[in-house]
Design a protein around this ligand. Structure first.
Ligand code: GLN
Length: 428
C-alpha cells in the first residue's frame, strides 16, 4: 500500500498532497481499499461514494448529515432511499475546503443510542475487539477513524454521541460549543442540544476540521460568530491552565476502577506538564443530569420526528385514509428506540403533565448551567472520564434502555450546559 491509513493523520495526509508525494486519487483509493478490506466486518460505512469531487483529504460523514445526491437515512428505515437535493452546511463547508466524501457512517437510529445497536441497518463493531460496541450514536465515524477507513469524520452530539464513541474507540472527538457549528441540513434529534463536530486521531486534526466547519450560517439562526478563530495547539506545555476536577463526575457510581486509574494518570501527567489542578463540585449534574436530559431530549425529539409522515421523505405504507397511511408508515418505519422516545416525549409535553415534567426539567437545566458557570469562573477546563466503562460487549445493554442511557452519565451535564466537550484517549 502507498500509505498506512491506520497511522496516517489528516494533517500528514494533507502534507503528502501539498508536497506532491501522493495524488488525491491515490490517497482516496488507499482509504477505499481499506474500506473494502474491513468494512464488511466492522460495518462503519452504510454506503461509500465511488467518485467524489475534491482534491484534498477524504472525509466520512455521519448519516444524519444531508448530502446532495447521496442517500441519507439517519440509520432509520423511515428514511430509506431518501436522497437529499441539497448539502447540509457542514457538508458544503468540507467540500468547499476540498475534502472529498468517502461515504456515510453508521449511527443509532436518529442518533438515539450509545452503541449503534439501534441502527436499523445493523451494528458497527469496535476495531480493537469486534465483539464489542464502538459506542454510539456515532460509532460508525469513530470506528472508521480508528480502523484507518477514514482520516477524519464528522459526528453529531446531543448527549455524548461524538465523545463517547471516541472514548470507546480511542480517538479524539470534539463536541463544539452550542451554536458554533451550523445544523442546517442535519437530521434534527433534540434541537436545544444537537451539535456537529469532528472525530480524528489527534487534537490538531480535530482543531483543523473544526476550523473548517465552525462559524455562523444565515440558514441556522441558532449559530453565532465565534469571538476567536480556533487555534491549533502548539507544543506540550499546559503551563497556566487551570483544570477543575469535579468530584461527583470523577467518583460517580459505576465508573470502572480501570477507567478511574487511567484518568487519574492522565491528570497527573497534565500536572507534570504545568497545569494547576484542584477539586470542585457539580452536585446537581450527576444527580439530575440523566433524568433532565431524558425529559428534554425525548420531548424535542417527539416534535422533530413528527415530520416523518410517509408523504415527504422515504418509503410510504399503504392506507385507506391519510391518517392510516401516516400511522402505518410510522409504525413500520420507526424502530423501538425512536418510538419509545416519541411516547416519552409526547407524554412529558401533554396538557396536565407539561409543568411537572418538561417545565421542571427546564428549571433543573438552568441550575446545571449555573453550577457549570460557577465552576468555570475558577477553571479553564473541567476534567472527568468520558465514559464510565470501556467498550462493552455487543448485546450487553441492548435489551436494557436504562443501562444504555447510563453510558452518557458523564457526557450529558456539559451538553445540557451548552458547553463544548473534548474526549482524548488516556488508556487502552
Ligand atoms: N446516547 C444518548 C441518547 O441516546 C446521546 C445520543 C446523542 O448524543 N445523539 O440520547
Amino acid at each position: 500500500p502507498v500509505v498506512d491509513t491506520l497511522r496516517l493523520t489528516a494533517e500528514e495526509a494533507a502534507g503528502l498532497l501539498a508536497r506532491g508525494e501522493l495524488s488525491a486519487r491515490e490517497l482516496r483509493n488507499a482509504y477505499l481499499d481499506a474500506i473494502g478490506e474491513r468494512n464488511g466486518e466492522l460495518h462503519c460505512f452504510l454506503r461509500t461514494v465511488e467518485d467524489a469531487e475534491g482534491d484534498g483529504v477524504p472525509i466520512a460523514l455521519k448519516d444524519v448529515i444531508s448530502t446532495k445526491g447521496v442517500e441519507t437515512t439517519a440509520g432509520s428505515k423511515i428514511l430509506a432511499g431518501y436522497v437529499p437535493v441539497f448539502d447540509a452546511t457542514v457538508a458544503s463547508r468540507v467540500k468547499a475546503a476540498g475534502l472529498s466524501l468517502l461515504g456515510k457512517t453508521n449511527t443509532d437510529e436518529f442518533a438515539m443510542g450509545s452503541s449503534t445497536e439501534n441502527s436499523a441497518y445493523g451494528p458497527s463493531r469496535n476495531p480493537w475487539n469486534p465483539t464489542r460496541v464502538p459506542g454510539g450514536s456515532g460509532g460508525g465515524s469513530a470506528a472508521a477513524v480508528t480502523a484507518g477507513l477514514a482520516p477524519w469524520a464528522l459526528g453529531s452530539d446531543t448527549g455524548g454521541s461524538i465523545k463517547q464513541p471516541s472514548a470507546l474507540c480511542g480517538n479524539v472527538g470534539l463536541r463544539p460549543t452550542y451554536g458554533s457549528v451550523s445544523r442546517y441540513g442535519v437530521v434534527a434529534f433534540a434541537s436545544s442540544l444537537d451539535q456537529i463536530g469532528p472525530v480524528a486521531k489527534t487534537v490538531r486534526d480535530v482543531a483543523l476540521l473544526y476550523s473548517i466547519i465552525a462559524g455562523s450560517d444565515p440558514c441556522d439562526s441558532t449559530t453565532a460568530e465565534l469571538p476567536d478563530a480556533p487555534r491549533l495547539p502548539e507544543g506540550d506545555s499546559l503551563a497556566g491552565v487551570r483544570i477543575g476536577v469535579p468530584t461527583e463526575l470523577n467518583e460517580a457510581e459505576g465508573i470502572e476502577p480501570g477507567v478511574r486509574e487511567a484518568v487519574s494518570r492522565a491528570l497527573s501527567l497534565a500536572e507534570e506538564l504545568g497545569a494547576e489542578l484542584d477539586e470542585c463540585s457539580l452536585p446537581r449534574s450527576v444527580r439530575y443530569g440523566l433524568p433532565c436530559y431524558y425529559l428534554i431530549a425525548p420531548a424535542e425529539a417527539s416534535s422533530n420526528l413528527a415530520r416523518y409522515d410517509g408523504v415527504r421523505y422515504g418509503p410510504r405504507s399503504e392506507g385507506a385514509s391519510y391518517q392510516e397511511l401516516v400511522d402505518r408508515t410510522r409504525d413500520e418505519g420507526f424502530g423501538d428506540e425512536p418510538k419509545r422516545r416519541i411516547m416519552l416525549g409526547t407524554y412529558a409535553l401533554s396538557a396536565g403533565y407539561y409543568e411537572a415534567f418538561y417545565g421542571q426539567a427546564q428549571k433543573v437545566r438552568t441550575l446545571i448551567i449555573q453550577e457549570h458557570r460557577e465552576a468555570l469562573e475558577r477553571f479553564d477546563v473541567l476534567a472527568c472520564p468520558t465514559s464510565p466503562t470501556v467498550a462493552f460487549p455487543i448485546g450487553e445493554r441492548a435489551a436494557d434502555p436504562l443501562a444504555m442511557y447510563a453510558s452518557d452519565l458523564l457526557t450529558i451535564p456539559s451538553c445540557l450546559a451548552g458547553l463544548p466537550g473534548l474526549s482524548i484517549p488516556c488508556g487502552l
